[in-house]
Design a protein around this ligand. Structure first.
Ligand SMILES: Nc1ncnc2c1ncn2[C@@H]1O[C@H](COP(=O)(O)OP(=O)(O)O)[C@@H](O)[C@H]1O
Ligand SMILES: [Mg+2]
Length: 254
């Protein structure tokens, strides 16, 4: 949806300029999503694991925003490059991802597009959540939202199916992302994305236990991941705060 430019301000500070792609003309809902994402980011209190927002506007008919620039790679790029740093910092990244989401949920916001591409890892190994185009305020009760984008294999079944949902959709995407971080696999079997999605949307499908592929995963972490990936939202953790409580126990974080 956007192109990111590394820019410097008059004070020689490096910043990221996020400009909406040309293909999203005024006829599409692109500008609305982009602006909505900016409004949400602008209201967020700063957090170590969330990209900081500085400014937004429109120039020559194109939406833009100015963000903190993080020198690094997104998690997908790190995976593709088989970056040796990845294994070293894996547990820190899971904790960072959880902490960023706890902060978001604590501020009444759900991200709704969690996936490796939207997680930037700095050179120092700190994870930052980015891309708030699809974020929404957490509703009081599960609600139907008009969702136009997202990546189905990371999305909760209730979101893909167009049913009512709430912050537990993020809990699910956290589960898919962590599963993949630890096994390099999606939780759902299939030769193609379509086959995987069919399994993902089957309420009776039994997810392959991640320890089968990576025996170093602690049993309690496996349990936590599988609870995040429950088909029925009521069986998942209610909030990321609750995920954090269990995760910190497993990881020995105090
Ligand atoms: N503030 C930033 N600093 C450094 N890199 C960024 C920043 N924001 C985004 N990126 C990089 O650009 C990619 C695309 O940005 P994103 O905001 O996710 O836009 P979109 O997915 O809509 O194209 C991200 O996956 C990340 O690699
Ligand atoms: Mg993105």
């Amino acid at each position: 949806m956007a192109t990111i430019w590394l820019v410097t301000d008059p004070g020689d500070r490096s910043l990221a300029l996020r400009v909406m792609h040309d293909s999203f003309g005024s006829g599409s809902n692109g500008p609305t999503l982009f602006r909505h994402g900016c409004e949400i980011m602008a209201k967020l209190a700063p957090h170590r694991n969330v990209i900081t927002f500085h400014d937004s506007g429109k120039v020559s008919g194109r939406e833009y925003c100015v963000l903190q620039y993080v020198e690094g790679l997104n998690l997908r790029e790190m995976n593709v490059r088989e970056d040796p740093m990845l294994e070293e910092i894996l547990s820190d990244m899971i904790i960072d991802l959880c902490a960023g989401l706890v902060h978001l949920h604590g501020q009444g916001i759900m991200h709704l597009d969690l996936k490796p591409e939207n997680l930037i890892i700095s050179r120092g190994g700190i994870l930052y959540l980015c891309d708030f185009d699809t974020a929404q305020a957490i509703p009081d009760t599960p609600t139907k939202f008009d969702r136009k984008s997202g990546t189905p294999l990371y999305m909760a079944p209730e979101v893909v199916n167009g049913w009512r949902f709430d912050q537990r959709a993020d809990v699910y995407s956290f589960g898919v992302t962590v599963y993949e971080m630890l096994t390099q696999l999606k939780p759902f079997e299939g030769q193609t994305s379509k086959e995987k999605l069919t399994n993902q949307l089957n309420p009776k499908y039994l997810i392959r236990k991640p320890r089968k592929f990576n025996p170093n995963i602690p049993a309690l972490l496996e349990e936590l991941i599988l609870k995040c990936l429950e088909f029925v939202p009521e069986k998942r953790y209610l909030t990321m705060g609750m995920v954090a409580r269990d995760l910190y126990k497993v990881m020995g974080v105090h």
